[in-house]
Write a protein that binds this ligand. Structure first.
Ligand code: BEZ
Length: 237
């Protein structure tokens, strides 16, 4: 049988996060307005009372304080209803022990989206994967409500939350220091200086005339940015 391949809009990096009001496990939210001035990760999961989602929620809940200290709030969503969400989160706290995590309380809001209104707005329903469940989408949104990173995973693949944290810190570092971050960058690693925009700058860099800048070639130059300097700017301790 042919699957329903209805096409839903997909917001893009650099665009304003689509707005909505929603009922959540922590009361009603007005998104992204309520989060103005803060980074926020809006993420979807396929369904309550499923194992991969449970492992993800426990991990995110345990890491919530770490994300908060980096100035980032968390908001979850699935197309289940509020009472299912409440029952699932209670079960997680009361019964589930996984990889040393237990008695885990999920205190960030979990949106009920039975009508799929929000999930469709954010391209979280991908009919080739499922017509009835959201895929595992992640939107990292900045304090001005602009979408800065989008990552999608299929139903069977649990997310790597260290990578989500790394991406958040890298985005904030790029903003604070006007640099870019290379493959697998972590705080303390060298960063990429903006590519030379003129022949003069390219020559100066290749001649070693820009202090602290080291070039593999004129278009690929790095500088040191120590871990403490980064963390002082992007994380509260
Ligand atoms: C899970 O979270 O375990 C899951 C959810 C939907 C489909 C497959 C797996």
């Amino acid at each position: 049988m042919e699957t329903n391949k209805e096409i839903y809009a997909m917001p893009r990096i650099g665009e304003q996060a689509p707005s909505f009001t929603a009922v959540t496990t922590q009361g009603e939210i007005n998104f992204p307005k309520d989060y103005e001035g803060s980074w926020v990760i809006l993420f979807s999961h396929p369904a309550d009372f499923t194992p991969v989602c449970t492992s993800e929620f426990m991990t995110f809940a345990v890491m919530e304080e770490q994300f908060n200290k980096a100035g980032c709030k968390l908001v979850g969503l699935s197309v289940d209803g509020l009472y299912s969400h409440i029952a699932w989160l209670r079960t997680i706290k009361e019964k589930i022990e996984y990889k040393g995590m237990k008695n885990v309380e999920v205190t960030f809001p979990l949106i009920e989206d039975i009508t799929m209104e929000v999930a469709k707005k954010y391209g979280m329903i991908q009919p080739g994967e499922s017509n009835t469940k959201a895929v595992r989408a992640v939107f990292i949104i900045d304090p001005k409500g602009i979408i800065r990173t989008i990552i999608y995973y299929p139903l069977s693949l649990g997310r790597n939350f260290d990578e989500l944290y790394r991406a958040l810190i890298a985005l904030k570092t790029a903003d604070e220091f006007s640099i870019a971050t290379p493959a697998d960058w972590r705080p303390g690693d060298d960063v990429i200086v903006p590519t030379a925009g003129s022949c003069g700058t390219a020559k100066n860099r290749m001649d070693g005339k820009e202090e602290g800048v080291e070039c593999k070639d004129w278009f690929f130059c790095t500088k040191k940015l120590d871990k403490d300097t980064v963390l002082k700017k992007v994380v509260t301790r």
